[in-house]
Design a protein. Structure first.
Length: 390
């Protein structure tokens, strides 16, 4: 017999299950946080990090892969032959319980079927006991959840080639005191400067001395930032597909709609957050900064206008609105006439939205918008001319 109490308990269990499922899904692409989630279920895990490349390589510095039980389970350091070779090193690390820093060439002849022919070289750091860093990754998880970016500082000291020791430290803005004294001041300064320019440098190696170490050491700095936020005003067909693509592309996805049956976890299983209600008020309340990407596609022109008004001049990294050229021209005229936007502010709106790929179907339109989001995000993270390039 199903009672009201049973229904409430089941509802609460389902709500908690969905909340935990969404929390885990948000963190899925961060391998450091996956270590927390998987924890002791991993069998002899080895964490591989691309630390350096030259020439043509399948992955760039900072790429991560986690091996467990003799196979790759998360991430990638290049795929194919490169990954097979790193897997062999990972197996060696696991057997010997020793971390390694290895380099190998990818410049082989086409007749070498068992070797890569990319034409470059790659260096890989393999950590034999990544679970010993769980307290540090738990701190990282907490800081990212509260919107605080940080830098993972990894000190690698040679023992006997290729064997190394690995020490990791996590700092956030204003917390350079959290780094031990053996790390040089220039390294601390560089780590903190990376926090002030998110996305400009993904990963870098410092040539610096470690006073207490007799053997050579390397210091790697890796900025880790919260996911960029994608806010979709409108949970219709295109909004639903775009929420799926946004999640795949490492955005934290929020979908808002005036209709409760549309803005729901049931209808939008890939969204991190769903909000139903007055669309203008929702968009007014949503945090908007240079890491926020907004796409407006409600079920009517009036809804689009209500959603757009509080986003004008907000400083969002991207503001786009779906619509025909005729609709956009009329809305522009009204917004400027009513002094809701200046001509300069309107010029910054991406509308009609998306890259022109000749899209016709719902899925194709969503792809064109997702491609534009990636394009803008990539431009934002490109280093300035003459700056550091890795």
């Amino acid at each position: 017999m199903v009672t009201a109490g049973n229904r409430n308990r089941n509802r609460n269990r389902n709500r908690n299950r969905n909340r935990n499922r969404n929390r885990n899904r948000k963190q899925m692409k961060n391998i450091y946080l996956r270590l927390i989630q998987s924890g002791q279920s991993l069998k002899n895990p080895v964490l591989a990090t691309v630390t350096g490349t030259s020439g043509s390589t399948p992955q760039k510095p900072g790429s991560l892969a986690l091996f467990s039980g003799g196979k790759l389970i998360y991430g990638t350091v290049g795929g194919g032959i490169v990954e097979n070779r790193v897997q062999a090193f990972a197996d060696q690390c696991s057997r010997k319980k020793e971390s390694m820093h290895v380099s190998f060439s990818l410049d082989n002849g086409i007749d070498r079927k068992d070797e890569a022919i990319c034409g470059g070289s790659i260096s890989i750091l393999l950590e034999a006991d990544p679970l010993c860093q769980l307290p540090l990754y738990e701190k990282m998880e907490h800081d990212l959840a509260t919107g605080s970016p940080g830098v993972l500082v990894t000190v690698v000291t040679m023992v006997k080639e290729p064997q190394v020791t690995i020490r990791r430290h996590w700092i956030t803005a204003g917390q350079d005191a959290g780094l031990p004294g053996y790390i040089s001041d220039p390294a601390k300064k560089e780590a903190l400067s990376m926090l002030s320019s998110p996305g400009s440098v993904k990963f870098r190696q410092l040539e610096t001395s470690i006073e207490e170490d007799v053997q050579p050491s390397l210091v790697f700095l890796e900025p880790v930032f919260p996911l960029s936020r994608l806010v979709i005003a409108g949970a219709g067909h295109i909004g639903k597909v775009l929420s799926q693509l946004g999640k795949m592309l490492d955005f934290e996805v929020t979908v808002a709609d005036s209709r409760k049956e549309y803005a729901s976890a049931l209808n939008l299983p890939d969204a991190d957050h769903t909000v139903a209600g007055d669309i203008g008020k929702i968009m007014e309340d949503i945090k908007k900064d240079n890491d926020t990407y907004i796409v407006i596609m409600t079920h009517g022109h009036a809804g689009d206008a209500e959603a757009l008004r509080p986003c004008i001049g907000s400083g969002a990294a991207y503001l786009g609105m779906i619509g025909s050229k005729g609709k956009i021209a009329k809305m522009r005229e009204e917004f400027i006439a009513r002094k809701w936007a200046t001509a300069e502010e309107w010029q910054k709106i991406y509308s009609p939205v998306g890259i022109d790929i000749g899209s016709k179907t719902v899925e194709e339109i969503a792809v064109s918008i997702a491609a534009q989001l990636v394009q803008i995000r990539s431009r934002k993270s490109d280093p300035p001319a003459g700056g550091l390039k890795i």
